[in-house]
Design a protein around this ligand. Structure first.
Ligand code: GCU
Length: 597
């Protein structure tokens, strides 16, 4: 039976891998950073893009030369224009850009001597929302989607001196986008993550996935993919601490699929993260990574890590540093946000509502925090639009191919609070199937809504038909905030039609730190504290509950949240304030989590 499964997996891998060449583990490759100050031109009317005269060979706009026209008619000049820091959102860098939605042209020049026979890639960690990239006057291509990496091969275009790199970034929201025009977070625009040059041999290891077989934890499996379809290339995988060395050759697709028995492997565990140094060897090159190995299975409503049931003590996190009012990025920010989650007593974090930066995921890996990773199929996207589906599938692929070696990730989420109708079920079913094809080793979920029949107002049903296609059932509920007062929880009866792990992916209430009053005065810390006290009583009565990730770790910015003197463009459901202060509810949840083993 296993051999049939392996062959099937092999077939799936061959088909799926070459549909989307994605590079991973960039952090450990031979890179040169292009981070720093880039010159910018703010272009709200998109003159630089739509002017009919500004085709591929415009007035020097994409070339490092002054326009041929000598008149003083020219009205822009990158080299004496303002700058923005890269990586970084533009909203937090200039007051006049706080609400800006439009195009900004970024430019930086650089020298680079590429050694003979080498290949050079230009890689972006993320650009929100759309990027059009030009090098030395040539358009390299475009990327849509604000939270996943992309790259271009610039080997044939690079010159030793004065390469002229231009990026048009546009963060305008679109009805057919992912997300669509309506969200509950700040639309931070810009080159929000690292920009790197990656130097590789002409043939190199592009991507790989190493994992324990979930049904046979003594079996290490996986695949290594080269950047080209070249057969018979020798590949070696070394894990010195296990005294393990696996050798093999690529097939006609440039892929080496392997499996090997492993002995004495120490599993990655929640809050006890064991990471192994793994060395991937091809020709004279060695690519190192730090990888944890564990199994994930389910049994009824139990979620098992390494064959042991786990209750998910979680919290939702946006990718934002509240004290800076800016996108979070880098290990330092990750340490703060995930440190707060550990302090709260979490073993699980839901990284909402989009793929966070890789530093966050690698930090969770090294802290032993289980991760729910999500793409921004959020609310009312255009489920009947084929291009919108392709875009969602592209983001899912980019997310999985970047992070598939991070043991901490146990759930790939394909969306949040999407309306129940046939087009959406078809859309999400196909996304779930794609996720399984890309990564058969993890669980698939989505944050759904509960269903209440008006004739029976206190029975809450977990019965979204999408659940048929998911491994973990998850719902957002706000009983006591959007839905009645906190005491309403006493009347609620929960029912599920699924015999699968069940998680409350959101529950929460707002409070302004330092605003005090009685427990029924909305927006006080006491109301939020009372909300959590009543919620916990209800949660403890739900026999099929596998875990929760309350909304939300810290107050975050949102244009929807404007109540003067209370919200002021902040969503106040954080357990931690926008200045990093713990609200009273933080300690209620922390106390309960401490009682759960
Ligand atoms: C929704 C949504 C969140 C939003 C939250 C809220 O459930 O998923 O993105 O911020 O509710 O209303 O605060």
């Amino acid at each position: 039976m296993k051999s049939i499964i392996t062959l099937a997996l092999l077939h799936i891998i061959n088909i799926s891998l070459y549909a989307e060449p994605m590079i991973n583990n960039v952090i450990n490759r031979n890179t040169t950073s292009l981070n720093g100050k880039w010159n910018i031109i703010i272009d709200p009317y998109d003159n630089g893009y739509y002017d009919y005269r500004m085709q591929e060979n415009p007035w020097g706009f994409f070339r490092n030369q002054k326009p041929t026209d000598k008149s003083d008619r020219v009205e822009y000049d990158f080299d004496c224009s303002e700058t923005l820091n890269v990586p970084g959102d533009w909203n937090s860098q200039k007051a006049e850009l706080l609400f800006y939605e439009g195009s900004i042209w970024y430019k930086r020049s650089f020298d680079y001597t590429l050694n003979n026979g080498k290949r050079l890639l230009l890689w972006f960690g993320a650009v929100n929302y759309r990027a059009d990239v030009y090098l030395n006057g040539k358009k390299l291509g475009s990327h849509e989607g604000g939270f996943t990496p992309f790259y271009f091969d610039i080997t044939s275009l690079i010159q030793d001196k004065n390469n002229f790199l231009i990026v048009r970034v546009n963060n305008q929201r679109h009805p057919d986008g992912v997300p669509t025009i309506n969200t509950d977070w700040w639309n931070y625009g810009g080159i929000t993550r690292d920009v790197l040059l990656i130097e590789e041999d002409s043939i190199f290891i592009l991507n790989y996935h190493l994992y324990l077989n979930n049904q046979n934890p003594n079996l290490l499996q996986g695949w290594i993919q080269l950047n080209d379809k070249i057969a018979n290339e020798k590949i070696q995988i070394d894990i010195p601490e296990l005294k393990l060395s696996i050798q093999g050759k690529t097939d006609e697709n440039g892929i080496f699929v392997f499996e090997s028995n492993v002995k004495h492997l120490v599993r990655w565990e929640p809050l006890k993260p064991k990471l192994y140094s793994v060395f991937l060897r091809h020709r004279q090159n060695v690519l190192k990574d730090n990888i944890g190995f564990r199994t994930i299975t389910t049994a009824g409503n139990q979620l098992l890590i390494n064959e042991k049931p786990v209750f998910l003590k979680g919290i939702c996190i946006h990718e934002e540093m509240p004290m800076r009012k800016a996108r979070a990025n880098g290990y330092d920010d990750a340490k703060v946000l995930l440190g707060w989650a550990l302090e709260l007593g979490c073993n699980f974090v839901r990284l909402a509502h989009y793929p966070h930066n890789e530093y966050m995921v690698r930090m969770a890996d090294s802290m032993g925090l289980l991760v729910w990773s999500e793409i921004p199929v959020y609310w009312t996207i255009q489920f009947g639009n084929r291009q919108t589906y392709q875009l969602a599938e592209q983001m899912l692929t980019e997310n999985i191919r970047r992070d598939q070696n991070r043991a901490c990730i146990i759930i790939w989420s394909i969306g949040n609070e999407t309306p129940v109708h046939q087009e959406r079920i078809e859309f999400m079913k196909n996304l779930a199937l794609k996720a399984r094809q890309l990564d058969p080793t993890r669980l698939i979920s989505a944050a759904m809504e509960v269903h209440v029949n008006p004739s029976d107002p206190f029975t809450y049903h977990v019965d979204d038909p999408l659940g048929e296609y998911l491994d973990v059932i998850a719902c957002n509920e706000y009983v006591g905030w959007y839905d009645g007062l906190p005491a309403k929880t006493e009347k609620i009866k929960w029912q599920t039609k699924y015999n699968k792990p069940f998680v409350f992916s959101e529950l929460g209430a707002g409070a302004l730190f330092g605003y005090h009053g009685d427990s029924l005065t909305r927006w006080t810390e006491e109301y939020q504290e009372y909300f959590f006290t009543e919620q916990i009583k209800m949660l403890q009565q739900i026999p099929f509950l596998t875990g929760l990730s309350p909304w939300v770790l810290a107050d975050f910015r949102s244009p929807r949240r404007q109540l003067p003197g209370i919200q002021d463009f902040w969503n106040r459901k954080g357990l931690i304030s926008d200045q990093g202060q713990r609200k009273k509810a933080f300690y209620v949840l922390q106390k309960w989590y401490q009682t759960i083993k």
